[in-house]
Design a protein around this ligand. Structure first.
Ligand SMILES: [Zn+2]
Length: 138
């Protein structure tokens, strides 16, 4: 490895470390900290196994103000690495516009290589409860 390449590698390592740390911090943040206006949130998930063309699992994940604001759902396929479904962005959008519910679907982007790109998908129904705004005393 040349001097330049070595330096480049070192920089990349540092960036990767920083990113991992940021992700860790993000996962630790509580709902009440990230979304103080939210009093409750639930996500109903339907996981589809595209390989067997069947519903794998249906589950509801509930969040409270004291819950960790971690909206990354793991892929149902064991062999899938670096996959899963990240609802963080979607949830942020929903809360930003003060929407009470939203739904959609997502495809797992992980597991490139031996797994086909359409091995798993999921549909989600998000519902959000907001704190009632306190009326200001006049
Ligand atoms: Zn996957």
């Amino acid at each position: 490895m040349g001097k330049m390449a070595k330096k480049q590698y070192h920089v990349q390592q540092k960036q990767a470390e920083r990113l991992a740390l940021a992700e860790k911090k993000q996962a630790i943040a509580l709902v009440e900290k990230r979304f103080p206006q939210v009093s409750g949130l639930s996500i109903r998930l339907t996981y589809y196994n595209e390989i067997t063309d069947s519903v794998f699992m249906v589950r509801t994940v509930n969040y409270f103000p004291s819950s960790r604001a971690d909206f990354h759902m793991h892929c149902i396929i064991k062999e899938c690495s670096n996959g899963g479904f990240d609802l963080t962005r979607k949830i942020r959008e929903v809360i930003k516009v003060h929407k009470k519910s939203d739904s959609g679907d997502m495809r797992c982007k992980g597991g490139k290589g031996t797994l086909s790109s359409d091995h798993a998908s999921m549909s989600y129904e998000i519902s959000v409860q907001y704190h009632k705004k306190r009326k200001k005393k006049t």
